[in-house]
Design a protein around this ligand. Structure first.
Ligand SMILES: [Zn+2]
Length: 402
């Protein structure tokens, strides 16, 4: 890419990122913010308007347009949410969840499809491809779906190769390559906790993104770290297995083969052991367990209160270790254990406060706001981010270029 073309492309991405994260702005504001001349910004925004990625906010006069925001100068522009779309898909156990994000990173449509529990990689790719074709036939999205992100609940290499996915019985699957053969869009494959973490931060640009730790609690305990707006992947892409931080020498056998991992103290199995004295629950029983546990604890059930007390203790210890390692500004907790986390949150914060080293800043420990769609939305945000990612720009890849 010639220098001038590259500069134009990078400035376009900077304009789109500013409008997405900070809202509508005048051309003069954009020029000041980006340190570029007003004439250049006018030329670039006009080009983005022609490509439907940006839209003019027309305010002939305040009297004619009562919706005009006070203080918003004429000549303001905003991102055009309909300019491009990004599909995110969560491949779960017995379920596919899909979310379509628009250019403003807002969910426009979502869907949940029940599938076979022993879904094969080939069947997953076919289902995703069929769903994409259906969306493409919708006049609102036709020709505007830019890219596809897919998450799986297991270990994924940085190049989209699924190393191990025991929960679905997949091992050594080149999922990215299979998707790319079937789908004519840029595709990305990511671990589900990484995607959920990325989505939780990306959809809330007002939150600090210097260092965020995410824990996804359910059957397991997935984790991810986002540092300066980027996922911390490690050398091979497998970083963030925080559930396997060992907190004790005893405890239940963990899925990784060790004993005493954080996961084995705070997952659904641990709650079942503490509350019911057994782990052989049916799937519907496991699904109902977090809400049942909270209802029982609220009604004064001693075993439920003890189970949540144990969760609080071990969760607090786990977060303290993560604070010592990462010094995060935010710790976000997501996953199907949400009712338990919500119920225990203040006490978990207390455990963290009393456990961290004196002088280390206390992180903001909070619930993820994305709920059930967190992995699908996260997958879509990874696709969205890639289109805006200045650092990976090269000659061959032109992001949102038509
Ligand atoms: Zn483990």
């Amino acid at each position: 890419m010639a220098d001038q073309t590259l500069a134009k492309f990078l400035n376009e991405l900077r304009i789109l990122t500013m409008l997405r994260t900070q809202g509508p702005a005048s051309r003069a504001d954009i020029a000041r913010h980006l340190g570029v001349t007003p004439a250049t910004i006018t030329r670039l925004t006009n080009g983005l308007i022609r490509r439907d990625l940006v839209q003019e906010l027309r305010h002939a006069s305040k009297a004619k347009d009562p919706s005009r925001e006070p203080g918003r100068p004429a000549g303001s522009v905003s991102i055009n949410p309909d300019g491009a779309f990004f599909l995110g898909v969560e491949i779960g156990v017995g379920v596919l969840r899909l979310a379509l994000l628009d250019l403003a990173a807002q969910v426009r449509t979502s869907n949940e499809v029940l599938v076979a529990r022993d879904l094969s990689p080939a069947d997953a790719v076919s289902l995703i491809s069929a769903h994409l074709a259906k969306l493409e036939s919708d006049a609102r999205f036709k020709g505007r779906i830019h890219s596809l992100g897919v998450t799986v609940p297991g270990i994924v290499r940085a190049d989209g190769f699924v190393i191990n996915l025991p929960i679905l019985g997949w091992r050594s699957v080149d999922l990215l390559s299979s998707l790319s053969k079937k789908v004519s869009l840029p595709c990305f494959v990511e671990n589900n906790a990484n995607a959920a973490a990325f989505g939780a931060v990306y959809t809330q640009p007002s939150l600090p993104s210097d260092c965020t730790i995410f824990l996804k609690l359910g059957t397991g305990c997935g984790g991810a770290a986002i540092v300066n707006g980027r996922l911390l992947r490690g050398a091979g892409g497998t970083a963030g297995e925080f559930g396997h931080i060992r907190l004790s020498d005893d405890g239940a056998q963990c899925s990784c083969g060790q004993k005493g991992c954080l996961e084995s103290w705070v997952n659904l199995g641990a709650m079942a052991r503490h509350y019911l004295g057994r782990e052989d629950l049916t799937e519907p029983e496991f699904a109902a367990l977090p809400a049942d546990l909270v209802a029982a604890a609220a009604a004064g059930d001693g075993r439920a209160i003890a189970a949540i007390g144990s969760f609080t203790h071990w969760m607090g210890l786990g977060i303290v270790s993560l604070v010592n390692l990462f010094n995060p500004s935010i710790v976000i907790l997501g996953g199907v254990m949400r009712p338990v986390i919500d119920y225990a949150l203040d006490n978990v914060r207390g455990e963290v406060r009393s456990g961290i080293i004196l002088g280390i800043p206390l992180p903001d420990v909070r619930l993820s706001e994305l709920g059930k769609l967190e992995c699908a939305v996260g997958a879509a945000t990874i696709a969205h981010h890639h289109a805006f990612d200045i650092s990976r720009v090269d000659v061959a890849d032109r992001g949102l270029e038509p």
